[in-house]
Ligand binder design. Sequence first.
Ligand code: GLN
Length: 309
Amino acid sequence: MSRLAAVIADIHAAMRDGRERGQVARYIPELAKVDPAHFGIAVVDAAGVEHVAGDADMRFSIQSVSKVFALVEALARHDERVWQRVGREPSGSAFNSIIQLEIENGRPRNPFINAGAIAVTDLIAVAAYGGIAAILRRVRDLAGDASITVDGDVAASEAATGFRNAALANYMKSFGIIDGPIDATLDVYFRQCAIAMSCRQLARAGRFLMHAGRCPTSGHPIISPERARRINALMLTCGHYDASGEFAFRVGLPAKSGVGGGILAIAPGRASIAVWSPGLSPQGNSLLGTQALETLAQAMGWSVFNPDP
Ligand code: GLN
């Protein structure tokens, strides 16, 4: 057994037996039904070898991890114009906070908090840019898996209860940050959050970010190396909302979490990693997923702050 395989097996054993598992997201009724006992992990290494353990092939709601894929799509369509409507600073606030929008003229701090993600999705929500079909196509292409779909029940559940997101969208619209009709933009946003993927599929979809934007199989650029570096930078600084500093301190890898309990983490040049455990910290990040990544990063020496071994 390779060292990586042994580390993953140890992590799986520890997480399976973990007692403190956090709370599943209750504000989206469909997510409240998910059993917190699940734990899955998938690691694709630089050579393309996949290591998995636990519920690595069980699909879950990727939620805010989709914000990475929507950003890639929006940048592909609009290039640097994306940054006219959304910033690149950590917010230090909850993922669904509205407080900074008033002070900062409706321009969200970054593309990974809800307000910023809604503003990014609005850029591709119109039919000309493909809406949810474009985001789904992007995810399928990156994962190399045409079976990935939107979970309609989760999307409907969130649409029925997404008053806070509607407030953010309306508030931004009043500042001219949102172009489209609010309902249409939110519809795409709720559907992208409801994309269902397994850890294995998610780790595959993240491979281009470990390979400086290149397709892992053909070597062709999917995005430029500079764009990949920048997305990784945003994941590191903003990927865990008001726990992003803590995550960088503990794990030291670019990563994006979602309230479904999934986290996509990138060890540049080394691995694309997906973990899933539905119980969350108070900030809305997977409790055991974070612990698993901390253990993995430490055991393998995978940190963007480590010198090359
Ligand atoms: N769909 C969720 C929401 O908008 C996404 C939040 C998250 O995963 N942090 O509330």
